[in-house]
Structure formats: C-alpha cells, structure tokens
Write a protein that binds this ligand. Structure first.
Ligand code: GLN
Length: 500
C-alpha cells in the first residue's frame, strides 16, 4: 500500500477487488505501530478489532456486497469520541479503563460506510489545550520535528494522518482543536458548522462550541469523510435538520478555477500575526487564489482581539458544568480510603483531573458564581453575539474569509506549558469560527525557515462547508504544499512494495 494513497483511492481499490481490506488495514497498523514510540499519536492501536472488522468487509465483498464509499478505509478516532467496547478516556486519568456501551453517531456512520477504526488518538485531556502536552497519558510529538508539539487538542489525529498511519482521522474542535493541529502538522482539517455533525457520543467540553470534523491529506478526502458523518441525528438536540449536499461530488464537478468566488481578507488576522514567515505564506496563497480567478478584498473583524477572552469565559463555564459528572460514582477513577462520600468525590476529582482541567473548572465555576456572573459570563455572552454578528456581516459581502490558521508554527515541547496565557494566545484566529458557529478549514500553504508547515484558514457561511472546501480544493490542484511529507521515513514502517 503506497504511503500516499488517498481514502478515495483505497476505497475504490477495495470495492473493485484490487486489494483486500485486510491488507490495507495491516499496512496501516504496521505504520501506526512503527511511529508510535516516537510520536505518541495514539492512546490505543486497536489491531485486533481492526483486523476482525477488515475480515468482515472482505467476506461481505466476497458475497458480492458493497461495503460503501469508505470500504476498507482506515480511520483514527480522537479518544474523546466514544467507540463501543473500545476504551475511551479523553486522555484523562479520571476515565481510565472506561469502555463505552455505545459508539458515537459519527463512528456508527463511518463504520456503516465501510471505514475501519484502527485506533484512538491522543489529545489534551478533555480537549483542553493547544499542544497535546496536557494529555494525561503522554504528550504527542510533531512528525516534522519531534522536539516540537503537533498542536492540539487533536494533536494525535493530525500526527497520525501526517505520517500515513491513516488517511483519515476524526477530531473535535471547540476553539481550534482540529484546525490548529492540522496547521502545525501540514494536513487538511475541517471544523463543520455547529450542528452539521452530531455530537452524540462526543465527550463534552463546551457544548455550545464543540464540533466533530475530519483530518485528511486533501480537501477531497475531507469531503468524503464529511459526506459520511454530516446530517441530522435525533440523539443530538443541537444537530441541524438541514439538507446535506454531496460535498465530494460537488468538488469533482466544480470548475478548476475560482471565477466568481469572493474572498475576504480580515485585516486584523494579518495585522495580529507577528510571524513574517506565516504572513508571507498566507499572502502568497492569496495571490494564488487571485490567479485562479477569485476576487479578493480586505474586510474587517475588529473584535478579533477579544476572541480569546470571550472564548475562555464561555468554554470554561460550560466545562465546569459538563465535568461535574466525573464524581467517582458514575465513571472511571474512584479514590480509595476516604471516610465519606463528599471526601470520596473530592479526592477522586483531585486525583483524576490534570492541572489544566482543574484550572478550567475553577475558572468556569468562578465566572458562573453569583456576584461575578453578570461581570464575566453574561458579558462574554454579549461579546459572543457581537462576534457572531460581525463574522456573518463580513460573510455577507464575500463567500469566504481567508487568513492564517495559527499565528505561529509548531513550537517546542515545554515552551508554552508554564504560561497558560501564551498557550491560549495561539488560538487567536480559530476561536472566532466556534463562537460564530461557522465552518472553517485549515490547509497547508507553505513552510517556515525551519521547514515547519504553515496553515491557511478558510472560513465560510453556516452550512456552506462546500465554499471553503472548493477554495482549498482549487488551491491544492494548483499547488503541492499539501503533498509535502516529513522526512521521518525511519519512523514509518518499511515501505511495502506489494500488497493484497
Ligand atoms: N486550544 C483551545 C483550548 O485550549 C481549543 C481547544 C479545543 O478546540 N478543544 O481550549
């Protein structure tokens, strides 16, 4: 199995009988296992379950059945997304050993389309972080430079796709957790519109912001995955009952050029980006979009500097409520040797949660407490409304907004860990899409002086994922930034020459 086979190509070959699902899964499990000691991208590699599932698919094919558009496609799933019978911990000690009795809707849908879960990926505990250093298990590392972080919180998913352990992975994005690691690892990541994809079975961080989405090597594979997971789900009251278009087919039918596409450049996103390499790469990408026929104009999002504060108040408030359920009774870890139930709950939480999660719970409890509620939480809600209004107004004038995904490229492990504010600062351009509920894609658009990937963020109107994907797809057909791979060849499995 060639390293660079897309999910589309794998599914085609499996459906046409050119290769078996078993051989595809074996090759990817080998690669995932070989990279694991160096990258720590996985929390578990589910070799046995994946092989069993591949065997079932091959048997179905032998009977003449079509397993679906993702036949035999390996997929890595962020470990805050429930997989039935497969340990799901959100990288938290408090959920150690928790095997959910059901799968998330997204997992059910992917499996129904023929995909095979090969493992669960590492994350910042409960999704709280931007580097995957807050994992309660072990940090994940960036395949481009193992001394650097892969971004977060879905750092494991981004690293797994980057090294070809799987062509597709799922992540969740509350304030940038799909787009920022996609940017730092040089892969394509999509945060859909709030409500586009069911959150049923996603371990909640901040429910009004959380959204599940795919990582892939290009826009077309991301579209293929979105087609499988999007759509209404009666088990998630916030899932939208809006028609879902066939994104992959639409990309395949679209013209190569971008005539008629109106691109807006938020002035503040470039002004607030102090890294010359990132700014230059984004400006070059914009020039390419112009060459492809898009019209480009400046727009303004003056509230950008207030995004992080607004996001931190709302997300910690919601997290403090969502995480109340981890009490030593319902799930996971329970402290030993306590005298009564209050002590037991308190000790279980103290032992089970990591430092960043505790910080967020305390902040969230504070901003919701009486006397502070109006000053913090209510005010943040008002700012959120203004940010949403401002974003939608900009998107009234243009079809997509384009800018840097992250103000920085991959930073060194430890570099931002001791100062939470510098860690939060890297989310400056990503939190807006969550606060506004709009879809956004990150795609590779170049490299800095050290060869580290730079990401371009493309934001679209609600339920117009297709516009962002079209811009990225046209860009990827005209350039090859997305095809660049790290020289971590020795961290991979030996090249498989034959298969099937
Ligand atoms: N980095 C942001 C945070 O620390 C966003 C995380 C996320 O999207 N899950 O909260």
């Amino acid at each position: 199995m060639a390293d660079e086979s897309s999910a589309r190509e794998i599914a085609r070959r499996v459906r046409e009988g050119e290769v078996t699902a078993a051989s595809v899964i074996d090759a990817h499990l080998t690669r995932a296992t070989a990279a694991q000691p160096r990258l720590g991208a996985f929390t578990i590699i589910a070799a046995e379950a994946a092989r069993a599932r591949a065997g079932e698919l091959d048997a179905a094919l032998a009977r003449g059945e079509d397993p679906g558009p993702l036949a035999g496609v390996p997929i890595a799933v962020k470990d805050n997304i429930c997989t039935r019978g497969m340990v799901t911990t959100a990288a938290s000690r408090i959920l150690a050993g928790f095997a959910p009795p059901y799968s998330a809707t997204v997992v059910e849908r992917l499996e129904a389309a023929g995909a095979v879960v090969i493992g669960k990926t590492n994350l910042d505990e409960f999704g709280m972080g931007s580097s995957t250093e807050n994992s309660g298990l072990h940090p994940a590392r960036n395949p481009w430079d193992e001394a650097r972080v892969p971004g977060g919180s879905s750092g494991g998913s981004a690293a797994a796709v980057c090294v070809g352990a799987a062509p597709l992975a799922l992540g969740s994005d509350t304030g940038g957790s799909i787009r920022q690691p996609a940017s730092l690892c040089g892969v394509t990541g999509l945060k859909p519109t709030y409500g586009r994809v069911s959150r049923f079975g996603l371990i909640a961080f901040a429910s009004s912001l959380d959204q599940i989405g795919p990582f892939a090597r290009d826009a077309r594979d991301a579209a293929l995955a979105l087609d499988a997971i999007a759509g209404h789900d009666g088990r998630d009251a916030t899932s939208a009952d809006e028609p879902v278009e066939a994104h992959l087919a639409a990309l395949e039918a679209a013209p190569e050029r971008l005539e008629g596409m109106r691109v807006g450049l938020p002035r503040e996103h470039l002004d607030l980006c102090r890294d010359d390499g990132v700014r230059a790469a984004v400006e070059a990408a914009v020039a390419t979009l112009r060459d492809l026929g898009a019209t480009v104009r400046e727009v303004s999002l003056p509230l950008t500097p207030h995004g992080i504060a607004c996001y931190q108040v709302i997300s910690t408030a919601e997290a403090s409520s969502n995480l109340a359920r981890y009490d030593g009774v319902h799930y996971g870890h329970r402290a030993e040797g306590t005298e009564n139930i209050v002590e037991m709950m308190s000790a279980s939480r103290s032992e089970g949660f990591g430092a960043e999660v505790k910080r967020r719970i305390m902040l969230g409890t504070f901003v919701l407490s009486s006397g502070y509620y109006d000053a913090y939480y209510l005010r943040a809600q008002r700012v959120r409304s203004l940010i949403r209004r401002e974003t939608l107004a900009a998107l009234d004038e243009v079809d997509v907004l384009v800018g840097p995904t992250s103000p920085v490229t991959a930073f060194r492990l430890g570099e931002r860990l001791t100062d939470p504010l510098t860690m939060y600062a890297v989310d400056a351009f990503t939190v807006g899409a969550n606060l506004a509920g709009v879809p956004a894609v990150s795609a590779p658009c170049g490299a800095d002086a050290d060869g580290l990937p730079i990401g371009l963020q493309v934001t679209a109107r609600p339920f117009r994922e297709i516009d962002a994907l079209r811009v990225v797809d046209a860009f990827q057909r005209a350039t090859d930034h997305h095809a660049r791979r790290p020289a971590l060849a020795d961290g991979r499995a030996p090249k498989e020459g034959s298969r099937g």
